[in-house]
Design a protein around this ligand. Structure first.
Ligand code: AMP
Length: 398
């Protein structure tokens, strides 16, 4: 369900002066050879952290990073995050030796104005993902206020996103979660027509919930990516060597029928860029689904589809976009995704882009400023749109 802003408390409604404040951030950034390759998530967390510091709080920051699976994995230490934060916050950043280190309470009690604590990777503890109450009570002893600003993990019930919220006296959401909710709620509750949902990516099964829930709100749905192949098979076409999700063909048929019943236009590709191999440097050509070659695979929407989608997107007044139109990581098969990205920014619409790959396409084109909201939550934003209750938001409510 949609979480209304008056259902939870936000950080700017809580007295933080001299309080020991735990802030759950989403610092799960991509790393290469120990270096951060995209700091967007850290940047998105800064307003809340800076606000808490300005208010005179004693701040500890916490996040998971990668998948250490409950063990200490040195390559997934928060050290690189700490180094990024020093100039951003203009404070000394004290990295703890473990997420629930022995001396945490003392450290928090004695923290001075020039210092911030950064807990070591939460998932170094096997208890974090288990939403373990004991781990939560142990952490809670060091804090007076719990702040959750990690929208990207709001769909996970883990200690730092769920159990801990119940163990600390005062709890609230940060400014990033506030912004995400404002933007998504505006789209879901008061969309100006025509409302167009653009859905791409690999799997129909990942997006059934989103398609089903949006079907009650949108005027039109655009399908691209490998997902489109599954819809083509559902319509009786043979897509050769294309990636098709056989288990989801039945669901795709049901979605086609449901759209017809509801009067929602379900736009499917009328042509594809087919290639011999799954790589950039291979031969490719434009094919209609009626005569798609048995030895080719569809890696992008075709020329005519690009033009059709561009027009629909240009006239939209509200847009939600998740998932690429093709294998956009390969330059030769990125044209569909790029055409849609440009059309979204040229439309005079309220546009929300959620999910890693479509966000990457927008960033690659340096078009972020022309999108009403680029969400920091992939899975979380999809589950929110599906109408599911996100555990982290539920924990802040109760
Ligand atoms: P998702 O995470 O479901 O949004 O899927 C994104 C992935 O789908 C990207 O890595 C794309 O390369 C991939 N993808 C998109 N279109 C196709 C296609 N036609 N064939 C194979 N993979 C695709």
């Amino acid at each position: 369900m949609v979480t209304k802003l008056d259902e939870i408390k936000f950080i700017d409604e809580v007295d933080l002066r001299n309080k020991r404040v735990f802030i759950r951030c989403d610092f799960n950034v991509p790393l290469k050879d120990g270096k951060i390759t995209d700091a967007t998530r850290i940047e998105a967390a800064l307003p809340t952290i800076l606000y808490a510091l300005e208010q005179g709080a004693k701040v500890a920051l916490a996040s998971h990073l990668g998948r250490p699976k409950g063990k200490v994995v040195p390559a997934l230490s928060m050290k690189a995050i700490g180094e990024y934060l020093v100039p951003a916050l203009k404070k000394e950043v004290i990295l703890t030796d473990s997420p629930d280190s022995e001396g945490l309470t003392k450290l928090m009690d004695n923290l001075n104005d020039g210092q911030v604590v950064l807990l070591e990777n939460l998932r170094f503890s096997p208890f974090e993902k288990k939403n373990d109450k004991l781990f939560a009570t142990r952490l809670a002893k060091s804090f007076d206020v719990y702040v959750n600003d990690a929208f990207g993990t709001a769909h996970r019930a883990q200690v730092s996103t769920e159990a801990l919220a119940h163990e600390i006296k005062e709890k609230c959401a940060g400014l990033l979660i506030k912004k995400e909710l404002e933007k998504f709620n505006q789209m879901l509750e008061a969309p100006e027509a025509p409302f167009v949902a653009i859905l791409g990516g690999a799997k129909v099964s990942d997006k059934i919930g989103v398609i089903t829930n949006l079907m009650d709100k949108v005027d039109s749905i655009i399908i691209g990516g490998a997902m489109a192949n599954t819809f083509m098979v559902a319509k009786g076409y043979n897509m050769g060597k294309s990636l098709v999700e056989d288990d989801a063909v039945e669901v795709a048929k049901q979605i086609i029928e449901k759209a017809e019943r509801k009067g929602v236009t379900l736009n499917l590709p009328v042509d594809f860029v087919g290639a011999s191999e799954f790589k950039n440097d291979t031969d490719f050509a434009n094919y209609k689904p009626e005569n798609f070659p048995a030895d080719k695979m569809a890696l992008d929407i075709g020329e005519e589809t690009r033009e059709n989608y561009r027009k629909i997107v240009l006239y939209a007044k509200t847009i939600f976009w998740n998932g690429p139109m093709g294998v956009f990581e390969f330059e030769n098969f990125a044209k569909g995704t790029l055409a849609v990205a440009v059309a979204v920014t040229k439309s005079e619409s309220y546009s929300v882009v959620g999910g890693g790959d479509s966000v990457a396409a927008i960033k690659y084109l340096k078009l972020e400023d022309k999108i009403s909201h680029v969400s920091t939550g992939g899975g979380a934003s999809l589950e929110y749109i599906e109408g599911k209750d996100l555990p982290a938001l539920m924990a802040l409510k109760s």
